[in-house]
Write a protein that binds this ligand. Sequence first.
Ligand SMILES: [Zn+2]
Length: 54
Amino acid sequence: MAILCPECQQSLSTIKYMSFQIETCAKCGGMWLQAYILDKIILAVIAMMQRMLS
Ligand SMILES: [Zn+2]
């Protein structure tokens, strides 16, 4: 069952970004992802930045 875009009610297509699944909307270009995935991406970005700074 496809998830609908909260903005324009289009069915979203799933893409893979870093090992995470993200729902994207072809109509409005929106990216929708579940909160726990966002948390993981933020943690991954923070870890990456800490590696760059050290
Ligand atoms: Zn949309």
